[in-house]
Design a protein around this ligand. Structure first.
Ligand code: ADP
Ligand code: MG
Length: 308
């Protein structure tokens, strides 16, 4: 934990074709038009400057109460892309399902200590729970099903909404970005994440987008801002599961842009079997398929996040 890591150079040459060999699947129209319609161009997102020092961390909650929208996938791959840009990254698995830990090849059910111990036990040391991942510069605070007990036990505690904030405080100076992968609900665990985050990143699946679902999330963000964390901002909205071949998802993305304007990231994550593959491989797409469209999209997202 204490040894500083060397700056990891960007693995891809800068003069590479910006849209890659397979731009947004079969049809590049949707996503590129969408970016153009916002008066911006993806090439305008600058390369982040290398860092000579690290911390204090920006804490970003990746949240949406709907399951299967790409929260965990985005946490892993945005984190890995940020690490490629030389950022020190901590991923916090804050879903008792432990999918983030599993997706990084960690046998979560075999772990002796997890984030549960940090939340519930006095004197538990975060440095003993954090583990390195296969990605240089990216660490993991793992969880497993024990975390579901914490949600129940926390309810009766004083300062129950600040438990996660207390737990990660000792390592804020060691990282540049901390990404919290939230569970698919607006329960106490997610509230803990929003209470200690600087901002929230919302993945929206173009397939089953519902404005009503987003309204509920916005309502929760509003309440957290009023009662717990006035500084909480919406970092951005990420369109995921985009299928350029269907008219439906194009329309949905257009509606999302109409509703949220500049908040919508230019990066669009296409639906591709490469993502389920990475879960089996236990590594991010940036190393599993470094030149794939998915890897490029998460790198673009990383640049946008660093530029916001
Ligand atoms: N862009 C994508 N294309 C295809 N499958 C995806 C994509 N992103 C995620 N998946 C798959 O969809 C499932 C749900 O994604 P996940 O990131 O776990 O969502 P959440 O964390 O919001 O529940 C996983 O099996 C994952 O591998
Ligand atoms: Mg998840």
């Amino acid at each position: 934990m204490d040894t500083p890591r060397p700056f990891t150079p960007r693995p891809e040459p800068l003069d590479e074709e910006p849209y890659g060999e397979e731009p947004y699947g079969d049809d590049e129209g949707g996503a590129v038009d969408a970016a153009a319609s916002m008066g911006r161009h993806r090439l305008m997102v600058p390369e982040p400057a290398p860092l000579t020092e690290h911390g204090p961390a920006r804490v970003i909650a990746v949240a949406n109460q709907k399951g299967g929208v790409g929260k965990t996938t985005s946490t892993i791959n945005l984190g890995a892309a940020l690490a490629e840009y030389g950022r020190r990254v901590l991923l916090v698995d804050f879903d008792p399902q432990g999918a983030l830990s599993v997706g990084l090849g960690v046998q979560a059910h075999e772990l002796e200590t997890t984030i549960y111990n940090l939340l519930m036990e006095r004197g538990a040391e975060i440095d003993e729970v954090i583990r390195p991942t296969g990605v240089e510069g990216m660490d993991l605070l793992p969880s497993n099903i024990d975390l579901s007990a914490a949600e129940v036990q926390l309810v009766t505690e004083v300062g129950r909404e600040q438990a996660l904030g207390r737990a990660i405080k000792p390592v804020l100076d060691q990282y540049d970005v901390i990404l919290i992968d939230c569970q698919p609900s607006l329960g106490l665990l997610t509230i803990n994440a929003l209470a200690c985050a600087d901002s929230i990143l919302i993945p929206l699946a173009c397939e089953f987008f519902s404005l009503r679902g987003v309204a509920l999330l916005m309502d929760t963000i509003d309440k957290v801002q009023q009662r717990l964390n006035p500084d909480l901002e919406i970092l951005g909205i990420l369109a995921t599961m985009f299928d350029p071949r269907t008219l439906h998802t194009k329309e949905v993305r257009q509606r999302v842009i109409e509703a949220f304007g500049e908040l919508v990231f230019e990066a669009v994550i296409n639906r591709t079997v490469r993502f389920p593959e990475t879960t089996v491989a236990g590594e991010p797409i940036t190393t599993w398929a470094p030149t794939s469209n998915g890897a490029k999209s998460y790198r673009l997202l990383a640049r946008e996040v660093l530029a916001r």
